[in-house]
Write a protein that binds this ligand. Sequence first.
Ligand SMILES: Nc1ncnc2c1ncn2[C@@H]1O[C@H](COP(=O)(O)OP(=O)(O)OP(=O)(O)O)[C@@H](O)[C@H]1O
Length: 233
Amino acid sequence: MGGAQPSSRRCGAPTMAPPDSERGRSSMFLSLHGIDVAFTRAGMPIQILSDFSLEVADGEFVALAGRSGSGKSTAIAVAYGRRSPDAGAVRWGEVEIGDRSEKELQSIRRSSIGYAAQDSLVFDDLTVTANVLVGGGSAERCEELLEGVGLADFGGMRGGRISGGERQRAAVARALAKDPTLVLMDEPTSSLDSDAAARVIAELRAAAERGASVLVATHDVLVKDAADRVIEL
Ligand SMILES: Nc1ncnc2c1ncn2[C@@H]1O[C@H](COP(=O)(O)OP(=O)(O)OP(=O)(O)O)[C@@H](O)[C@H]1O
């Protein structure tokens, strides 16, 4: 067999990306291998992820879909190292995260991973610009991203004064401001109308085109349509 090609961009192997030397940046593909996660509900163990594996190549935008409760947020939390799996391995590029101390992981997260949880914190007392820059990145990049997600006029406003959808977009801008090599997001468009969602999706695509590996848990058909591949849990 060997040379089988994926039949469409929706399934099959990760897409190829230009080598690091051409992009002038380090590689940070994502690999989850053989992941098991179980929780206890009403005193009974329930298996949420069972021998679950996925890979996201450099420059690839992958949507993680599936019914409510299927384990999308859990998979994103495992990928970020926020939740330890019962079994299996997570790799950020060449780094197997189970082999590293929390301090080392924190340092990699700070420099290279853009993460936005479903409930990303926006500081009420900081301006939107300051909220974005908490995650690193330049003032210029912050301005560009705020414009991109439709918050160009909001930079000076306090986080406590903006709407839920605006907070969500500020959290996306914060995750992307340092131009991370790995992007992990949980439902980044859940509070957004289709115009605002399209803006966020354009920024996620742009991150992938710059060479980042992008994994997004979502129910949003717009995100699924924009992704290179959709993985159903
Ligand atoms: N800490 C926990 N303790 C017990 N059960 C948990 C815990 N965290 C998650 N679960 C359960 O695991 C299942 C998967 O949760 P998860 O949040 O990963 O699903 P999801 O696919 O992201 O769902 P949604 O689309 O509704 O956000 C759910 O049934 C949830 O109740």
